[in-house]
Design a protein around this ligand. Structure first.
Ligand SMILES: [Zn+2]
Length: 100
């Protein structure tokens, strides 16, 4: 659960989906302008990118060596999954900061 740092009330999850490193949202309870803690978002992005890149590279290597179609299917399926997992994780672990 993500809460507002000013009033302590929870912020609806759908609002967080609108939140990026370059935008702010407004708390529905106290109207504070909130933005994501960039450090945590970058950390999650880095982990997601690293895991996705590593697994993707491994699968491409396997595919290249075996010519198995199944690995191509994995590669196609993998990227949306990694993207979705990173996105969900960034919402789950997001810390909000109030803007002045
Ligand atoms: Zn608030």
């Amino acid at each position: 659960m993500v809460t507002c740092p000013k009033c302590g009330k929870s912020v609806p999850a759908w609002k967080l989906t609108l939140l990026t490193n370059f935008s702010a949202i407004t708390c529905p309870t106290c109207s504070a302008k909130l933005r994501a803690n960039k450090r945590i978002n970058s950390l999650i992005g880095g982990i997601g990118g690293g895991v996705g890149g590593g697994l993707g590279g491994l699968l491409v290597t396997l595919w290249f060596h075996t010519k198995e179609v199944v690995y191509r299917m994995f590669i196609i399926a993998l990227f949306p999954l990694i993207f979705l997992a990173a996105w969900l994780a960034s919402i789950k672990f997001m810390k909000l900061e109030a803007l002045e």
